[in-house]
Design a protein around this ligand. Structure first.
Ligand code: PLP
Length: 434
């Protein structure tokens, strides 16, 4: 059996994560339960950072906290010396409450509100990634009102879009994000921000997609941006001190996925950037990246209690679990695929193929189609792998299901880091009519 992340089989024959028995975790904390292997997250973070160190390139590796934002996770990112991406006032608030150094926080988003931008400026945020002309005016007004100076990056769309195994080249990129490089919007934006005295224009940002398995796309994007940098140096004497190449590094959800290591990805990226900047006699900017999924995705699993089943003769058997699209909406939203095992008998011989259904009142609430499993008993615990990214962060209360708890495990120890929601929590904001 292939084990994901740092899961293993312990001497009781149970699935373990970070050397902690998953059956014990289900008993102690209940189900559904998100469990993260902290050592795995640390290892990934170090892999990204090492690639920069080995190539002697100044960098920031910013954890894209939308993948999983919680106080403990932000603190772990801080322990590993990462920077942090936030995309909303709520994520920024979480980071500030976690005590994360604000000067290493970068603020993204295509529609940051006045209130969110004010909060960012007042907190002394490290950098704002400007997405559109509306935002330039809004931020300019806020900075001048508060007499504040702010670091900015311009988000550009280089006309390269990555889709897992392929990438598309579009002349005019059809995206809600950023300034287009080819139609002159990026250049107009640059001219505009260079004229704002409260802005320190650090450089450029691009993010070409997610769950990417090869470097072709990012190398192409880097090439297009660096060519523009040369043009802008000649025309405006503008030299970018930062080039942010985004996130999107793929992980192995199922056997079909073949990601390359963070180390290899970053190394190839850096070689290309060095080559291109040398070619054009540009000074090598600091390189920033923004991994989300690849830092936390395969570090997390979800444990469920199995429940009812339904046999549709000659068609399929459904096996329901005590969660579903409320704790993992990715299968319903993106047809995302996952692997899973029965955590109390991961090595037992396969007996049947079942489809794992959630418990929400929605036919589309399916977690996994056609999963081979051993004989199923009432007390079995299903462990779904690779749920660490966009699981908890996209969790919702559909059908008024309380959101699961989150546990960190490391060195054989487990720590509750997000409490399970209670029924009380569910009605906390409701105001009665009488
Ligand atoms: C979502 C996002 C990321 C992180 O993407 P992952 O696929 O989780 O690595 C990074 N940067 C930007 C701008 C994003 O929108």
């Amino acid at each position: 059996m292939y084990t994901y992340g740092s899961t293993s089989i312990n001497n009781k024959g149970n699935l373990a994560i970070g050397d902690v028995d998953t059956i014990d975790l289900a008993k102690q904390f209940g189900t559904p339960l998100y469990v993260y292997d902290v050592a795995f997250i640390r290892e990934r973070a170090r892999g990204f950072k090492l690639a920069f160190e080995d190539q002697k390139v100044k960098s920031q590796v910013a954890y894209a906290s939308k993948a999983f934002s919680a106080i403990a996770m932000i603190q772990l990112a801080e322990e590993e010396g990462l920077s942090l991406d936030v995309v909303s006032g709520g994520e920024l608030y979480t980071a500030i409450k976690a005590g994360f150094p604000v000067e290493r926080i970068h603020f993204h988003g295509n529609n940051k509100s006045k209130q969110e931008l004010e909060m960012a400026v007042e907190s002394g945020i490290g950098c704002i990634v400007i997405d559109n002309f509306y935002e330039i005016e809004l931020l300019k007004a806020i900075c001048s009102e508060k007499n504040a100076t702010i670091n900015i990056l311009l988000r550009v769309t280089p006309g390269v879009e990555a889709h897992t195994h392929d990438y598309i080249l579009t002349g005019q990129e059809d995206s809600k994000f950023g300034f287009d490089l080819q139609n002159g919007q990026a250049e107009e934006a640059l001219r505009t921000v260079l004229d704002v005295k409260n802005f320190v224009v650090l450089g450029l940002h691009c993010h070409i997609g997610s769950q990417i398995f090869e470097t072709t796309g990012v190398l192409l994007a880097a090439k297009k941006i660096i060519e523009q940098m040369l043009h802008w140096k000649n025309k405006y004497s503008f030299e970018a001190t930062v080039l942010n190449l985004g996130g999107g590094f793929g992980i192995r959800y199922t056997k079909e996925d073949e990601p390359i290591s963070p180390y290899q990805y970053v190394s190839e990226m850096l070689k290309e950037v060095k080559k291109l900047t040398e070619q054009h006699s540009l000074k090598l900017p600091e390189i920033w990246i923004e991994p989300g999924r690849s830092l936390v995705g395969d570090a997390g699993i979800t444990l469920y209690q199995v429940g009812s089943s339904k046999e549709v003769p000659r068609v399929r058997k459904y096996l329901a679990v005590d969660g579903g699209m409320s704790d993992n909406i990715r299968p319903a939203l993106y047809q995302a695929k996952y692997e899973a095992v029965l955590a109390n008998k991961p090595l037992e011989k396969v007996k049947e193929v079942v489809s794992i259904a959630g418990k929400c009142c929605e036919s589309g609430d399916m977690l996994i189609w056609d999963l081979p499993l051993p004989e199923i008993d009432d007390e079995d615990i299903l462990a779904v792998f690779c749920t660490g990214a966009y699981g908890y962060s996209m969790a919702n209360n559909y059908n008024r299901l309380p959101r699961p708890a989150v546990v960190f495990v490391e060195n054989g120890k487990s720590t509750l880091v997000v409490k399970r929601e209670s029924y009380e929590d569910l009605i906390k904001l409701d105001l009665p009519l009488y």
